[in-house]
Design a protein. Structure first.
Length: 463
């Protein structure tokens, strides 16, 4: 059966249902967390929305106490899982589209979560719906597993793996096509301690896994000479910024470019640029040392740079910077290849900080181990064949990535789509990627991904 042709009659319903999901502000909100809604009301509402769609279509649905939900099709002692998440990252600044609107312009659908990961989650749902509507009988049960805090720690999947059915195999539609058979390990490292600095306060960054796109700080020393240097710094680095001075304190603001921490080289870290300016222009040792140690996305000043055989370079992102009352707390997101030693990374960071007599202590917060599935396995081979059949792309190889997906939480799982290689964007149209302003997805690509996912679970569902 050609699922791409079958999909034409589902397109309008798919867009309607996806817009309904995008309209929900499912950002983790600890303030509204409660029993049954551990990640807040927004995430709870998104989960309810999807489970209700499943009920209406006659699927078996199960709610795992608001941590996750499952929509199932078919029966069997073995199962195929499709893992998607319903939570989104904070909006950030600079949107020109309604982040909760799902508007379509020049063939692209915009909204927070359109690409990461509400669009793919809905694609997975419609894959199950088409299989059911066409009466396709399978040997393995198909499970669409929907989590609610992938962006902030994946506690949802930790809870699910302790209480729910574990699929035999499967994939998560939360990355790129073709098949992602490996994912880098992930370290969250905190730099904490007392500091002597002219910075009286700084609160920059929302999540460790986002490059700081805009940042501000306060300093208690300011004069006209600093203003001239500030303007020069902005111009020489191609940045935008401003200074507000009330005669006592100056508030410095810079605008960079947000990006996913797995690809920090696509962003411009406004927080680090502010520290560089204060350190250099105002001769602040703490700010200068912090920038010197953290500015390089490969971690060379910390002696942690490594290029893996399968997964490429280690990457590093400074995602959160807090300075107040003479104390600093900085959170760093590090993605490391599977042939790197996490303990050695931490040891080298500590030694580099001590060598510079840096003010802050280096503390490991958590370590998520790398994922690696045999690229010659049946799972990878099957998914690759389906992708090539529907995309007609026989050139692009399967690969590894720096992003961390749900695939790490299960054995025999990989990441699979929904982003296609070399998608062309119309001239004059800005389309943001994951975690960026004006996040969008090419609607034609998303529809093709539904067909790919339908064919994939059909093949994997048969023994």
């Amino acid at each position: 059966m050609n699922w791409l042709q079958e999909l034409e009659t589902y397109k309008e319903d798919f867009i309607r249902d996806l817009r309904g999901l995008i309209a929900i502000a499912s950002i983790e909100d600890k303030a509204s967390a409660r029993a049954g809604a551990p990640f807040g009301e927004g995430c709870r509402k998104a989960l309810d929305y999807m489970l209700e769609l499943g009920r209406k279509e006659g699927f078996e649905v199960k709610d795992y106490d608001g941590y996750a939900g499952v929509i199932s099709y078919g029966e069997g002692t073995e199962s195929v899982g499709v893992l998607a998440h319903l939570d989104i990252v904070p909006l950030g600044d600079g949107w020109t589209k309604d982040p909760y609107g799902g508007e379509i312009e020049q063939g692209y659908l915009f909204g927070r979560g359109a690409l990461d990961d509400k669009g793919p989650a809905m694609a997975g749902f419609y894959a199950l719906k088409m299989l059911k509507d066409k009466g396709i009988q399978l040997d393995r049960k198909i499970m669409l597993i929907l989590g609610c805090n992938e962006e902030t720690g994946m506690e949802c999947m930790k809870y699910y793996t302790q209480h729910g059915e574990i699929p035999t195999m499967g994939f998560t539609p939360d990355a790129d096509f073709p098949v992602i058979y490996g994912e880098k390990g992930g370290l969250h490292v905190r730099l904490k301690g007392d500091v002597q600095t002219c910075i009286t306060s700084m609160h920059a960054g929302e999540r460790p896994n986002i490059v700081i796109g805009k940042a501000s700080l306060c300093v208690d020393k300011w004069n006209d000479a600093y203003m001239d240097m500030f303007d020069f710094y902005l111009k020489s680095n191609g940045l935008k910024g401003s200074v507000a001075y009330d005669g006592k304190q100056a508030v410095l603001t810079m605008e960079g470019v947000s990006a996913h921490a797995a690809m920090p080289y696509n962003g411009v870290n406004a927080g680090l640029h502010l520290l560089n300016f204060v350190g250099s222009a105002m001769q602040d040792k703490f700010a200068y040392d912090t920038y010197a140690l953290l500015h390089d996305w490969q971690g060379k000043p910390l002696n942690i740079a490594i290029e893996g055989a399968y997964m490429g370079f280690l990457t590093m992102n400074t995602g959160i910077i807090h300075i107040a009352d003479g104390k600093a707390d900085i959170t760093i997101d590090i993605r490391y290849p599977n042939d790197a030693d996490a303990n050695l990374i931490i040891d080298n960071m500590k030694k580099s900080a001590e060598k510079r007599q840096y003010a802050l202590d280096v503390l490991l917060e958590h370590d998520t181990k790398p994922l690696f599935v045999d690229p010659q396995s049946t799972l990878v081979s099957t998914l690759s064949e389906v992708y090539q059949e529907y995309s007609k792309d026989t050139f692009t190889p399967n690969k590894t990535i720096g992003g961390g997906t749900y695939a790490k939480k299960f054995k025999n799982f990989v990441a699979f789509g929904p982003e296609f290689p070399k998608t062309e964007i119309p001239e004059g149209l800005y389309v943001g990627g994951c975690h960026q302003k004006d996040e969008g997805v090419k609607l034609e690509d998303l529809m093709t991904s539904i067909a790919i996912y339908t064919a994939a679970v059909e093949k994997l569902g048969k023994k």
